[in-house]
Design a protein. Sequence first.
Length: 244
Amino acid sequence: MNDRVYIHELIDVIGPNRARYMHHMTANWCPIGRAERDMLCFGVWATVGSTGRWPEVVNMWELAGWDGLAANFSHELVGTGMQDPSLARWWAEAAALRRGGEDRIVVPEPWSPTITELTAAGVRGEVYAHELVRVPVGGVRAFLDALADEGRAAVEAEGVRCVGAYRVALRNDDEALVLWAIPSWSAWADFERAWDGAPLRRWRQRLVGMGAAVRRTLVVDAPLAPLRTGRQPQVEDRRPLSEI
């Protein structure tokens, strides 16, 4: 049973800095976050621009439940600038690479694997489907139950794997996040044909019946992301940003 809580971030990157920003988050931040806050990197992905905003990076961090998230905030929001003073240089470097973004706190379904479970099982994708699902107020429980009951099996029958399903917290139960690992680009094309055709028609009809609006974008792993490498980024992965 997954009792973690996650921070999900959509980051607007400045100009041609996406590779440098992804390295800064994985190699330069992850070892610090793990040591100081017990924060694990679940994923760092680049959004495929033709399917969503660009240039954009998606980050996702795994913490030890609500208490772990509270401890993270108490560690971070100190000092006159509401930032950890020990990270002043890191923040300055990050600020030169991004202009802002939008974060969510998300709570996993009990069957959603942790990043440690996923990497131990060797789960990875050449590309991932990142779905933000909006439902009528109060409808997120019905959607997630339907996903567990029918949608997950129906979609996985088309050659993809669900790596996580989450309720978006701090809202009135009207949004969910679902992530799917897709083994190849050709498998993605097959999945989209199935989505528009008979194989997933019943699942799509059920989504329509619930008033669920699926916004799917495609994302690909950063070079040091754990689902690509099978491990958390390490101190020895660090390199000056000038070399990226």
